[in-house]
Write a protein that binds this ligand. Sequence first.
Ligand code: DQA
Length: 138
Amino acid sequence: MRIAIINGPNLNLLGKREPEVYGHTSFEDYLIKLKKDFPQVSFSYFQSNIEGELIDAIQKTATTAEALILNAAAYTHTSVGIADAVKVLDIPVVEVHISNVWKRESYRHTSYLSPHVVGVIAGFGLESYRLAVAFLKK
Ligand code: DQA
């Protein structure tokens, strides 16, 4: 199975950014573990801080992946463009967040994406991604 993982702005700083919220591990290191734990899954990974690049990457998954795990980070709460891109995708999309967004500032309680995804996994640290893979690979 081919699963695409797309991460949005500032997630390139994982491991260094607010470690009390996001932990001490970079996504690259976490992905190595994930690949080892799910050898039957073929992962692609893309991160960008730029909204349009994320939209291009989401559109591409329609032909390159069978499922998408998307952490749009701050754009989750602001981007109609990313929500529209997710809405037209005909592969399953799981929205993930490292932190429990509902425990945080109220502006993080709104997601433009949630109405268009299969489900949302939030608050389990980087393990949110593993839970999404476990669901999708069924
Ligand atoms: C995040 C939560 C967002 O509110 C925040 O802007 C992020 C990361 C998370 O994974 O917890 O950058 O998506």
